[in-house]
Design a protein. Structure first.
Length: 325
């Protein structure tokens, strides 16, 4: 056979092989499972997806999402976690403590990125922040450490603060740790903490009625999938009883709460995308330290303050990162 013919045949085979390899590479779409105890939060997913795109991960091109939202029904989480494992997703992004625990129980091999966890070491999700071990890593909200700071800000805003009601979900270990930290801070500030523990929806109305009887000077809500579902009820109660209210996230202040102090959520959302990108590129979860937030937001709603007849001290107002008028 003519040498030129042989050359061209070999070249053709090489080119076809290269095309086939390229096609296989192009067809690889990583599947990201999203497991949450709450409902979908558009603000989170928007910032998360934007950062993924900036890192070269585009939905419909090289990544896809399998979404599972329990909408407050924790009994659905184990089944949802099992579904994601069966679907053989490449990563599970678990939002809130119950979702992380469900995902961790469902798999020891699929990488799990946690989000919305106040104290991953104290809850027992990871061995340590520096060396998480196993298949779980991600982001801490520093929720437990910041809980005492929220009470301090309330005390600065209301110098005569003597009694504060704290609403939290007692069936969530992370929320309970935050409640305990608030009680410790209360002892240091000479503020009596009235715990309003709830475990399901029917408990919230009873807890608020109890708060009305005790006549506290302020209300502090620890937010999770349960208490968050009753935000409007809590806000209406605060206005009706003229109680200053403190939350963890700016979004609750924009909806009518008085104040919020916590980690900068948009930045946390973007950092979650960075973890996804690193794992997609081959980094093992066990070698990625758990990250704590570096930026925090203090938000005050002056309209809400006016509704309850409260004047925010100038020194507190000057510290706010955002003021809603």
């Amino acid at each position: 056979m003519n040498r030129n013919v042989v050359f061209f045949i070999l070249a053709a085979f090489i080119m076809l092989g290269a095309i086939r390899v390229d096609a296989q590479t192009a067809e690889k779409v990583y599947r990201i499972g999203i497991l949450s105890a709450a409902s979908e939060v558009p603000q989170f997913f928007e910032a998360f997806s934007q950062r993924l795109r900036e890192l070269g991960n585009v939905e419909g091109k090289n990544i896809s999402f399998e979404r599972r939202y329990a909408a407050g029904d924790l009994d659905r989480l184990p089944g949802f976690a099992a579904e994601l494992v069966k679907e053989q997703v490449d990563i599970i992004l678990a939002v809130t403590v119950p979702a992380v625990l469900a995902a961790k129980k469902a798999t020891t091999t699929i990488p799990i990125i946690m989000y919305g966890v106040p104290d991953p070491v104290g809850i027992g999700i990871v061995d340590s922040l520096a060396s998480p071990g196993g298949n779980v890593t991600g982001l801490s909200t520093l929720g437990v450490d910041l809980s005492g700071k929220r009470l301090e800000l309330l005390k600065e805003t209301i110098p005569k603060l003597a009694r504060v009601a704290v609403l939290w979900n007692a069936s969530d270990r992370g929320m309970t740790l935050m409640s305990e930290r608030i009680q410790t801070a209360g002892q240091a500030l000479a503020v009596v903490v009235n715990p309003l523990a709830v475990r399901d929806t029917k408990d919230v109305e009873v807890a608020l009625a109890e708060a009305a009887k005790r006549r506290p000077d302020a209300l502090l809500m620890i937010t999770d999938r349960l208490t968050g579902l009753h935000l409007k009820q809590v806000l209406d109660f605060a206005v009706k009883t003229k109680l200053p209210s403190m939350f963890e996230d700016e979004v609750f202040v924009t909806q009518g709460g008085l104040m919020a102090y916590g980690a900068n959520r948009p930045e946390l959302n973007r950092r979650a995308a960075v973890y996804v990108d690193k794992i997609l590129k081959g980094t093992k979860p066990s070698s990625l330290p758990v990250e704590q937030p570096m930026t925090f937001d203090f938000t005050i709603n002056l309209k809400a303050a006016k509704q309850i007849g409260l004047t925010i001290p100038p020194n507190v107002l000057a510290r706010a990162d955002k003021v809603i008028k």
